[in-house]
Design a protein around this ligand. Structure first.
Ligand code: SF4
Length: 439
């Protein structure tokens, strides 16, 4: 609840007796409401709070989906909205790979998984953890996984007797009676009602950190799976139904890469917090990690790169041939342009303006890409004074800025570049030919 909503229920908001009485320790009811909304005081400090407000406050403060720490600074859950555009998603869907502890190729497979990583738009992604099935030699396998900084979910039918340094791993067991109540455990069922009942029982038994495993999806129609997962998320987020207020795990047992990729794509979008895969294929994860990045990017914080001059193809050593290309610090724009420039041999200073991560036209219309800004960057980077060809290629979408930039930078030639990044190599090749012919 925000301060205005709280204030309406206080004596000050109702304009009744005790308004601004200061018994809460604050000078006015509004001051108390502001502190309460920001969680800097507690509701009990005001002796005149109505039962109605107390109930609303309890309801408003119920956790929708608990955030669970998986290890290695990786978390899952903590979601507060059904759709990203309402606010943002908090944690991306996590990917785990199944390994058997006594697999003769265990170390080889583990190394392959641990060494896999991809880079997309300036971010590096890896597999989040191992779903370890206990079929013997368990402490050896756990130690090996830990040494790779991968997180662990341990599935076992045996009585677990783990070394002390494995207290933080997540457990999927048949029986939790001997398990520390602070452990994170997995409660599983293929039936939503049963899943809810099991979750409620474990909460009543004192377990606070649960992961809900919606089981056996391979035996169901994918449409029903998505409906059930949406139902769980809806009940958690909108109804604040506590048995479902935990991250949800699904397991894909499909061995066909194309089918597994299609199923995983749906589960990433609706609404699996963790997916366990029974196969590990680099091309599949390249696609899925890219999709995951798209779905879980915070819409309130566009991906951006540092605003500065990037050197591509050693321009400092080739000042007689180097050119300047300019665009905004929206990460997608930067990587699209930089990749094209790296693919050709022309030495280039890529000038990236401080545009709050906005794309070219958005930045221009929000006055985050101005001639003064460009002039300042060019003048601050003295190395640019030593270029033989004093020309700056600006984005084709900003053709209307040409005159403004020429006024701001009278010693420079402003060239209207291409609208699309992929057109740049051909454009620059033509420009280089013209420069060669002139000289
Ligand atoms: Fe207002 Fe309650 Fe504080 Fe008195 S104790 S000032 S009524 S909020």
């Amino acid at each position: 609840m925000n301060a205005i909503e709280i204030f309406k229920y206080l004596p000050g908001g109702k304009k009744i007796e005790n308004t601004n009485c200061k018994k809460c320790g604050f000078p006015t009811c509004m001051a108390f409401a502001i502190k309460l909304a920001s969680k800097n005081t507690c509701i009990e400090k005001c002796p005149f709070v109505s039962n109605e407000l107390k109930q609303l406050f309890i309801q408003a403060n119920i956790t929708q989906q608990h955030e669970i720490n998986l290890g290695n600074n990786i978390k899952t859950g903590g979601e507060t909205v059904m759709f990203r555009h309402e606010k943002t998603f908090v944690n991306p869907c996590r990917f785990y790979i199944t390994l058997f502890s006594n697999d003769p190729d265990f170390e080889f497979k583990l190394n392959e998984i641990a060494n896999y990583q991809i880079e997309r738009v300036g971010e590096t992604f890896k597999i989040d953890g191992i779903y370890l099935i206990d079929n013997g030699n368990i402490n050896f396998a756990l130690n090996k996984i830990k040494s790779k900084n991968l997180n662990i979910i341990l599935k076992s039918k045996n009585d677990i007797n783990l070394e002390d340094n494995f207290n933080d791993i997540i457990l999927e067991l048949d029986n939790f009676s001997n398990i520390n109540k602070d452990s994170t455990i997995i409660v599983s069922s293929q039936d939503l009602n049963l899943l809810s009942q099991k979750s409620e029982k474990l909460q009543n038994d004192g377990f606070k950190s649960l992961i809900l495993k919606y089981d056996n999806i391979e035996n169901k129609n994918i449409k029903d799976v998505i409906n059930d997962l949406t139902n769980i998320r809806y009940q958690a987020i909108e109804e604040k139904y506590q048995p479902f207020a935990y991250p949800v795990l699904t397991q894909i047992k499909e061995q066909d890469i194309n089918k597994a990729t299609a199923i995983a794509s749906l589960l990433i979008c609706r609404y699996s917090n963790i997916i366990v895969f029974d196969i590990f294929d680099k091309s599949m994860f390249s696609a899925l990690l890219t999709l995951r990045q798209n779905i879980f990017t915070n819409p309130q914080k566009p991906l951006q790169v540092e605003s500065k001059i990037y050197e591509i193809n050693n321009p400092k050593e080739n000042l007689d041939k180097a050119i300047v290309v300019m665009t905004t610090n929206f990460a997608l724009t930067y990587f699209a342009v930089a990749n094209e420039l790296e693919a050709i041999e022309t030495p280039t200073f890529l000038l990236i303006t401080p545009s709050d991560g906005m794309s070219v036209l958005t930045a221009w219309s929000a006055e985050k890409f101005t001639a003064d800004m460009v002039k300042k960057m060019v003048n601050e980077n003295k190395i640019l004074n030593n270029l033989k060809n004093k020309l700056i290629i600006i984005p084709g979408l900003l053709a209307s800025m040409k005159e403004e930039l020429e006024d701001a930078l009278p010693n420079w030639k402003i060239i209207i570049g291409t609208v699309e990044a992929f057109e740049l190599p051909q454009f620059i090749e033509k420009l280089n030919n013209e420069l060669t012919n002139v000289s």
